[in-house]
Design a binder for this molecule. Structure first.
Ligand code: FAD
Length: 311
């Protein structure tokens, strides 16, 4: 006998935010207002970026510590491996684990191009190498990690990594990162819904089974969109740029941008995304507007460490 479900499936959608370590005391004050606002939405985790080549390591570790000790939030620590020696990276991973961090986003990072920068020999080449190193450190710390294994996230690229020869190569890399022990991936920003759905379809066809969380940026600032377009090689939609630039005032600009962001996130969820990762730029207002309009089915309280098993 076939029974019919009496409720609509509202499986919780994972929610996370990206923060960056503040560079000044004023920026730190502003960040903590944002942290408290975001905390009230019960996210599954908040990620903390890491400066290229570890340039802001102490500030990043300080922020992670404060999140662990002064909030209910679970931090996901970004870590880049380029220009860092294996010994240094093993020490950083050990330090993070000892402080209670249980989620790391393993990244290659980009080499600092500043003239005079010394690139240490013997650094790791790819994010995949960092995943393997984290798993090795984790093995050595098993006794300490009684709360379970470390969740490792990686980057994925809906619109191709700028150095990659092809979208197919990107998928091969993602598969290699999964085989090395990645539990989930967060995508680079994207501006066109098909970029995420194509990535998901290609990845699944190739055997990538880990959750691919779309990284969504509130599309409210023309300057930021253009800057990010240059940095990531991802082209923002010219129509959106035109609409934002033609807005009468900040209020109208924000309404246009939030609507475009919600449409993008909704399309990713319709394509099968298991969650949304919001790039906040340490500002809560636009992120909360987007969240409000998205109306995600969310648990009343976050469960224990939903980083990888439930994503
Ligand atoms: P990888 O996966 O190692 O890929 C780098 C390049 O090498 C790609 O072109 C890939 O195709 C190629 N490649 C990888 N493995 C192999 C292989 N085995 N054989 C041949 N080619 C290979 N940067 C920061 O500095 N700090 C941050 O906090 C930060 N956070 C980020 C968060 C997210 C969600 C994303 C998407 C990016 C973030 N970045 C950050 C940027 C990231 O460091 C850059 O995009 C960087 O250029 C690539 O990092 P990756 O981890 O994807 O590298």
């Amino acid at each position: 006998l076939q029974t019919h479900p009496t409720t609509i499936d509202t499986a919780p959608i994972a929610l996370s935010y990206e923060l960056f370590p503040p560079r000044t005391p004023a920026a730190a004050d502003n960040l903590w207002t944002t942290v408290r606002e975001l905390e009230s939405t019960n996210p599954d985790y908040v990620s903390v970026t890491y400066g290229a080549s570890g340039s802001n390591r102490d500030i990043a570790v300080g922020l992670l510590n404060r999140l662990l000790t002064e909030t209910t939030l679970r931090p996901l620590a970004h870590l880049t491996c380029v220009d860092n020696t294996v010994a240094d990276l093993a020490a950083i991973v050990t330090d993070l684990l000892d402080h209670g961090v249980r989620g790391i986003l393993a990244l290659r990072g980009d080499r600092l191009q500043t003239p005079g920068t010394v690139h240490p020999p013997g650094s790791l080449t790819y994010a995949q190498d960092l995943i393997e190193l984290i798993r090795q450190v984790e093995q050595r710390r098993t006794a300490l990690l009684c709360a379970g294994k470390v969740a490792i996230g990686v980057a994925a690229y809906p619109a191709k990594h700028p150095e990659s020869p092809s979208a197919e190569h990107d998928i091969e890399v993602l598969l290699a990162k999964q085989r090395s022990g990645a539990d989930f991936a967060i995508t680079q920003v994207f501006f066109h819904p098909a970029e995420y759905s194509n990535l998901l379809a290609r990845a699944r066809r190739a055997g990538v089974t880990i959750p691919l969380i779309p990284g969504v940026m509130p599309l409210i600032s023309v300057r930021r969109l253009q800057r990010l377009g240059t940095l990531t090689g991802v082209d923002p939609s010219p129509d959106l740029i035109r609409s934002l630039a033609g807005a009468q005032d900040d209020g109208e600009r924000r309404r246009i941008g939030v609507r475009a962001t919600v449409d993008l996130a909704r399309a990713a969820l319709d394509a099968g995304a298991p969650g949304i990762h919001l790039y906040t730029f340490n500002e809560h207002a636009a992120a909360l507007d987007v969240l409000d309009k998205l109306q995600l089915p969310r648990p009343a309280r976050p469960g224990p460490m939903r980083l990888q098993p439930a994503l």
